[in-house]
Structures are given as structure tokens and as C-alpha cells.
Design a binder for this molecule. Sequence first.
Ligand SMILES: O=C(O)CCC(=O)C(=O)O
Ligand SMILES: [Fe+2]
Length: 351
Amino acid sequence: MFRLETGRYVEICSDHAQSIEDFDSIPIIDFSELLSEDANARRKLAEKIYVACSTVGFFYAVNHGIPQDVTANAFEWSKKFFHGLTTAQKMKIDTALLPDSQYQGYFPFGSVNKSQKKLSDLMEAFNINYDYRYDPDKPSKPDAKQSNFINLWPDEDLPEFKLHIEAYHAECLKFSRRLVKLIAMALGLSPDYFDDAIRYPTAGLRIAHYPKQEASANDQNGLGAHTDFDFITLVNQGNVGGLQVLNKKGQWIKAQPLTGSLVVNVGDCLMRLSNNRLSSTVHRVVNESGQARYSMPFFFGLNQNYVMEGLPSCVSDDNKYMYPVTTVGEYLEWRSRSSKSGNIHEFDNKR
Ligand SMILES: O=C(O)CCC(=O)C(=O)O
Ligand SMILES: [Fe+2]
């Protein structure tokens, strides 16, 4: 049993888990055919995605098309942020300056302890939100409700940083929108099923720094066991390992770094929408590599005002939607608030 930050205990051998295969490795999916004109090639890709997402909940994406130089620049500027700024400079954009429902800004060391270990998670991070002005699809200005995108940038102390981080964010947006079409196909829906639902997505990018840890994984994690809130996550973990994924037997399977790849995983919103056909799998970071680790997780979700009901291909009279109907915005606000404050606000007893 694992305690998640919502206070819920995840049983490793739940009925759902028993009905799907266990895994001891993370599949690799080649996205060279992502933009192929060949419908058969795209269908095959969608099938691979379905198998990976319904069993492991994780896969490596290779040949995803995100340019290497954009990724390398974002990593380089992340290091300048973590090591070039003083703590006082970083604290000018402390996430604690924002309400608990907001996730942007700097997360100092000691501010996160996802799985209630003896020592807090050994990580510092910086998060940004979607901002339509940097969206490569150039959507028109959203209405007021959808345009509440506050970001805290270290503009005074590291003015160029924003440019490189937004450039990487834009590439992640492009790949995610393409991937969502395949996920729709994987679930038996038309590839454009989610097009309107990802016009102004809840797309957050985090850059994270995990120093090498001395304590055991029992006492401390880089980031404790959790599931991701959103629809899908893309993680670029550079070349230092530390990400671990929990299988049904309760074993932590290492997601070893695979050069040039992204680690992609199903988030709780997609698990909910698919009525548990896809698995949002528990994972954590433990940096026992002996060197500092940097990663860039990108959390892609549907529009804030999207109403989460079971997808038509995933519910039926005999298989009713098992979650309360909420908007994406309401759901994410609840998850962010309980995560940041440590208080569990009763919404329902599931994640
Ligand atoms: O750093 C990583 O590899 C993954 C981080 C993660 O799981 C998260 O930020 O949700
Ligand atoms: Fe995660």
C-alpha cells in the first residue's frame, strides 16, 4: 500500500491492477511515423500507445521531433537558474507568494514531501503555466476565464531564461497535441476528438534539480511516490537516472535514461476520462547516481472548462463512469491545493 498526497492509499493488487498485465520494463515507442500520411502506420502507433498506457501507464518516446538544440538550451538555462541565482533571488518568485491553488514559481528545497518521508524531498524546482502568447498554434486571445495565466519569471536577474524555457514549452505543446490525436485513436475515437479541448490547455512545465542523495530511499526521495494530475506528462530526464515506476507487485522499476527520449506517462485526468482503461501509474524519483540530476517534466491537460465525463468509447450502461463529473479546472485546483497545503480537502476519495 502506498499513501498518495491526497491521503488515499493505493493498493498494489486492486481489482483493476489484477485485470491487467504486470510489467518489469518500460516499452519504447518510435514516433518517426507521427506525421505519416499512411493511416495504417498511424493506427499501428495508436495500438502501441494503447498497449503501453493500459498496462504500464508509461513509455519512452523516441524520434518525437523536439529539436535537440531547444532541449539543450533549456537544460543549460535551467542550470543557470539553479546555480547562478542566489537563494534570495529565487525567493523573489517563491510559489508561496501565490494562492495554494497555483503551481507557478520557485519551489525551494524543503517545500515538498510527497510521500511523508522522514526527510523532505531533495529537490528544488521552477514551474510555469501555459500562456497563449507563446503558443506555436497562435490561438486568438482567450476569454477572461481562460486567460488567467500568471507566471513568475526571474526577469530582473536572468532575463534570457524565459526565452529558452518558453521555446522548450512550445515544442512540448506541439508534440503533445500530436500525441493526443493518437491517444484519441487508441481509445477508439476520431483523431480530432480532443481538438477543441486542447485549444488553451493546462500545460505546465517544470524544471527540477535533484542533488545526489546520501539518505536511503526509505528516509528520503528526490520526489516522493505520486501520480500526475493531468492528461499526459512528458519528462525529459537528461542523462542521469532516478525515475522509478511502481509495478503491480510493488517493485520499483527504473526508467533508465535513454538518450534523446522523452518518458511519457498517463495522468489522472486521462485515467478518469478512460474510466480506468488507461493506468495513471505511481512513480517517484530517487537520485542515487552520485551526481546532480536535472529533469524537465511537462504536464499537458485539457482546457480548464472541459467537463470531465467518461469518454463515449469508455463508458456504457454496464460500465458507468466511476468518478464525479467536474471541470478540469476544478479538479486541478483541488489537486494542487491539497498537494501544496498538505490539507486534504474532501472532493471525493479517489485521485
Ligand atoms: O524528474 C522526473 O524524472 C519526474 C518528475 C515527476 O514525476 C514529476 O515532477 O511529476
Ligand atoms: Fe510525476
